[in-house]
Design a protein around this ligand. Structure first.
Ligand SMILES: C[S@@+](CC[C@H](N)C(=O)[O-])C[C@H]1O[C@@H](n2cnc3c(N)ncnc32)[C@H](O)[C@@H]1O
Length: 354
């Protein structure tokens, strides 16, 4: 039984009624966005990757997509591994474009030729998010593959010739963070206006590269720079892919606070149809080919505690701003404490925690 009625000695800022209301709403809600992993395989060897690089691809994608359509999912993000390595990638992209309101592809960009971009454009793919982690040498040091930078740049240029919207994703690590400004300049000069940023989380293959973690001060410097660039050009936008605890953010950076949407409006499904809390934590809560999402949510204690916040460790749980960041990134907490409901390491500045 989920610890929804758990009592602690301290005053709860997030009341029991709040928790139950959030849980009830969440159980009946169709997820807006699902990230669907097409393959675990990848042609790059990123040292930080949360995935496995195992050569296993989804063989049941048609059934999975059918189930997601029945569930009322609005938007799908095709990911991996490298999704474009799937032998049926173009066919899958077409089926998805015909089945969902919006389709995105998260890719390393190395297979995005003009021809492929033009097919994706014809199908009506909404957005392509290309991973690019710095200037040429740094990007290739991180991906481990020579030529991967230029191929991603060619991929960006190919997408720019189409109507598909483009975003680039930069994983913030100790190896590329000092190049962030130069990277933004280069991309901006190419016409890129949308950036997503992911803070490196030491999970999966990346768990043996903890030296890649960035400090809170480095992260704040990057966020401050994004605010500066946005103030100079309002069309230039930066999105943070994973949640940052509010208490880690000074007043001028509070615009970067967001709670993790995985497990409420967003789900992650692996190559076997397993529903995961998120791609990084890889905590399995059920299988979409065996049960409905509602049944999966109802039968998973970890899911219920995630959305209700019931098991989050007490400094966060008693914080009056808990509803804003919900304690930050659960995958980061899991990596740091071995506990999914533990403390996000960036929460260490919280007055209540010290
Ligand atoms: C696993 S990749 C899969 C899609 C595709 N191969 C790509 O490179 O975009 C999805 C995104 O997660 C990022 N990523 C992978 N491992 C990560 C980690 N440990 N921490 C933060 N972001 C990570 C990747 O750089 C990429 O932007």
């Amino acid at each position: 039984m989920c610890a929804l009625t758990q009592k602690s000695g301290v005053k709860q800022m997030f009341s029991e009624q709040d928790r139950i209301r959030i849980l009830e709403q969440s159980l009946s809600m169709a997820p807006v966005n699902v990230q669907l992993e097409l393959t675990e395989a990848c042609n790059l060897t990123c040292s930080f990757c949360y995935n496995s690089r195992n050569p296993v691809e989804s063989s049941k994608y048609e059934k999975i997509i059918e189930k997601l359509v029945q569930e009322g999912v609005m938007e799908i993000v095709l990911t991996g591994g490298e999704p474009m390595l799937h032998k049926d990638f173009l066919k899958i992209a077409k089926i998805c474009a015909e089945s969902f309101a919006r389709v995105q592809v998260q890719t390393n960009g190395t297979f995005l030729t003009d021809d492929v971009a033009s097919y994706l454009n014809k199908y009506g793919i909404g957005n392509i998010n290309i991973s690019l982690h710095g200037c040429e040498q740094t990007h290739e040091n991180l991906t481990g593959v020579k030529g991967s930078y230029q191929r991603a740049i060619d991929g960006i240029k190919a997408i720019m010739k189409t109507d598909i919207s483009l975003c680039t994703n930069f994983v913030l690590t100790s190896q590329n963070i000092r190049e962030f400004q130069e990277h933004v300049d280069r991309m901006y000069n190419m016409g890129v206006k949308l950036f997503s940023l992911t803070r490196f989380t030491p999970v999966g293959l990346g768990s043996s590269s903890r030296f890649l973690e960035v400090s809170i001060d480095e992260l704040l410097e990057v966020l401050r720079y994004t605010n500066l660039r946005h103030s100079q050009d309002k069309e230039l936008n930066f999105l943070l892919a994973n949640s940052i605890p509010l208490c880690a953010l000074p007043d001028d950076l509070r615009n970067h606070c967001n709670y993790c949407h995985f497990g409420s409006s967003r789900f992650y499904i692996d190559v076997h149809g397993n529903v995961l809390m998120c791609g990084m934590s890889r905590i399995k809560i059920g299988n979409i080919l065996e049960a409905s999402l509602k049944e999966i949510k109802m039968n998973s204690d970890i899911y219920k505690c995630h959305v209700s916040g019931a098991k989050i460790s007490s400094p966060c749980a008693i914080c009056r701003d808990f509803h804003l960041c919900r304690g930050g990134c659960r995958a980061a907490a899991l990596a740091a404490t071995d506990d999914y409901f533990g403390r996000d390491p960036l929460c260490s500045r919280c007055m209540a925690c010290n």
